[in-house]
Design a protein around this ligand. Structure first.
Ligand code: PGA
Ligand code: ZN
Length: 437
C-alpha cells in the first residue's frame, strides 16, 4: 500500500516552479524501507484553452508562478485520499485523486498536484514489482520504440524570433532502430547549425532546444532543413521526413477572423493574414514541395469545421495531429472521431492531469484508427516518465524536442537504455499514412 506521499516545489527547464511528488509504497514483504517513486510534472507555454487547470499561486514570489498551494494540496488532501491504498490499482488511485478534487477541470487541487501523485504512484509500483517502468505499464508486449519527432527549429511562443509556426521537426523514418534514428537526427541538427552559422544567422536555441533564427517563412525554414539533411549525407523524404506544429490557435485572431503571421508580416513588410481555407492551401503547397508527413494544430482549437475540411483535403496522406484541439481529453477526441477531424492525437499527460485518463485517451484514439504521439511540454524537467510511457503505449512516435538541452536529451537517453534492454525484441518502424513516407 501507499505509505507516504510528499511533494515539494522544484524548477522546470524555463526556471519556473513545478511540482515534484514522492510516493513510498510497500510493507514488510517488500522491505522495511519500501519503494519510493517520484515524478516532476511538465508545463506548457502554448497551452490549449481546454486543458486541465495548472494551479499557480499568483503571489509575489516567482512572479506569481509559484506552486506552493498545489504542493500543499498533495501533502494534505491528496495524500489523505490515497494513503493505505494499493499502488498497483492505478485506476482506483486516480479515481480517488479526481474525487478529492471534484471539479471537471481539476481546478480545486490543481492538475499539476494530481498528476504528480498519479505518476509517482506508478513509478513506485513499478519499483515494488521490480519491473522497468515501461514494462510495468505496458506488459511484455511493450516493444515498439518510438520514432522521434525532433524539433530542430523553434518559433512561435517557444522563441523570440520571426518564425511563426511553433515547431519544425525531423523524423528519421529510414533508420533501422531508435539508436540510429537518434544519430541521424542529431547529425542533421549539427549540419543545420553549421548552415545557420555560415549565413550569420543565430544559433541560439529556443525552449525545446531547436535553433531560433530570424527566417521569414515556413518555406524558407523547410528549404534550409532540406539542405541540412543533404549535408548530413541523407536523403530527404527517404531517410528523414519533416513535421510541422503550426500551433495555429496561437496565430488565430478572432477580431481579424483569420490567422495572423506576425513574423512573416515583419520580415516582408506587408500584413500576412490567412483564412482557414488559405491555411489549408498553404499546407498543401508545403506538402507538395517538401517531405512533410505530419502537421499538428494546423487550425484553431475551436474550428471543428475547418479541421474536417483540412482532414478531407490532406488526411489521406498526411498525419494531422490534434494537440490543442483534443487536449488528451476523451470527450474531445470522441467529438473529433465523429467529425472526422484529424487522424492523430497528441498525448500530453498534464493536459488531462492523470495517468489513467491519458491512457484512456490513447486507447480511444487507437480503437478509432487514430495514431497517437506521446509528447513532452515546452517546460520540462529531467524526469523521464514520458520515454517509458511512449514505449508502454505502443504509439510508435514521441515528441521530445531537439537533441539538445538536458531535459530533452534525458528522454532520448532513457529510450536508448530501453532499446538496449529490449535487445532483439525491439521494433522501430515508421508507418506512413497510406504508405506515404
Ligand atoms: P507547449 O508546446 O508545451 O508550450 O504547449 C508543445 C506543443 O504545442 O506541442
Ligand atoms: Zn503542439
Amino acid at each position: 500500500p501507499v505509505r507516504k506521499v510528499y511533494a515539494r516545489e522544484v524548477l522546470d527547464s524555463r526556471g519556473n516552479p513545478t511540482v515534484e511528488a514522492e510516493v513510498t509504497v510497500g510493507e514488510g514483504i517488500v522491505g522495511k524501507e519500501g519503494y519510493t517513486g517520484r515524478a516532476i510534472v511538465p508545463s506548457g507555454a502554448s497551452t490549449g484553452k481546454f486543458e486541465a487547470l495548472e494551479l499557480r499561486d499568483k503571489e509575489e514570489r516567482y512572479q506569481g508562478m509559484g506552486v506552493k498551494k498545489a504542493v500543499e494540496h498533495v501533502n494534505t488532501h491528496l495524500a489523505d485520499a490515497v494513503l493505505g491504498e494499493n499502488a498497483l490499482c492505478q485506476n482506483r488511485i486516480d479515481r480517488l485523486l479526481l474525487e478529492a478534487d471534484g471539479t471537471e477541470t481539476k481546478e480545486r487541487m490543481g492538475a499539476n498536484a494530481i498528476l504528480a501523485v498519479s505518476l509517482a504512484v506508478a513509478d513506485a509500483a513499478a519499483k515494488a514489482m521490480r519491473l522497468p517502468l515501461y514494462q510495468y505499464l505496458g506488459g511484455c508486449n511493450a516493444v515498439t520504440m518510438p520514432v522521434p519527432m525532433m524539433n530542430i527549429l523553434n518559433g512561435g511562443k517557444h522563441a523570440e524570433n520571426t518564425v511563426d509556426f511553433q515547431e519544425f521537426m525531423i523524423l528519421p523514418v529510414g533508420a533501422c532502430c531508435f539508436k540510429e534514428g537518434l544519430r541521424m537526427g542529431t547529425e542533421v541538427y549539427h549540419c543545420l547549425r553549421k548552415i545557420l552559422k555560415d549565413r550569420k544567422l543565430s544559433v541560439a536555441v529556443g525552449d525545446e532546444g531547436g535553433f531560433a533564427p530570424n527566417l521569414k517563412s515556413a518555406g524558407e525554414v523547410l528549404a534550409m532543413m532540406t539542405e541540412a539533411v543533404q549535408a548530413a549525407g541523407l536523403q530527404p523524404g527517404k531517410d528523414i521526413c519533416f513535421a510541422i506544429d503550426a500551433a495555429a490557435s496561437e496565430l488565430y485572431q478572432e477580431e481579424k477572423q483569420g490567422y495572423y503571421f506576425p513574423g512573416e508580416s515583419f520580415m516582408t513588410g506587408t500584413e500576412v493574414l490567412r483564412t482557414a481555407e488559405e491555411m489549408i492551401s498553404y499546407y498543401e503547397e508545403l506538402v507538395k514541395e517538401f517531405p512533410v508527413v505530419s502537421i499538428e494544430d494546423g487550425l484553431d482549437q475551436e474550428d471543428w469545421t475547418g479541421w474536417s475540411l483540412l482532414t478531407k483535403r490532406l488526411g489521406n496522406k498526411v498525419q494531422l495531429v490534434g494537440d490543442d484541439l483534443f487536449v488528451t481529453n476523451t470527450e474531445r477526441i470522441a467529438k473529433g472521431i465523429e467529425e472526422k477531424a484529424g487522424n492523430a492525437v497528441l498525448i500530453k499527460v498534464n493536459q488531462i492531469g492523470s495517468l489513467t485518463e491519458a491512457r484512456q485517451a490513447v486507447e480511444l484514439a487507437h480503437r478509432a484508427g487514430y495514431r497517437t504521439i506521446l509528447s513532452h511540454r515546452s517546460g520540462e524537467s529531467e524526469d523521464t516518465f514520458l520515454a517509458d510511457l511512449a514505449v508502454a503505449s505502443g504509439s510508435g512516435q514521441i515528441k521530445a524536442g531537439a537533441p539538445c538541452r538536458g531535459e530533452r536529451t534525458a528522454k532520448y537517453n532513457r529510450l536508448l537504455a530501453i532499446e538496449d534492454q529490449l535487445g532483439e525484441t525491439a521494433v522501430y518502424r515508421w508507418q506512413g499514412i497510406n504508405g506515404n513516407l
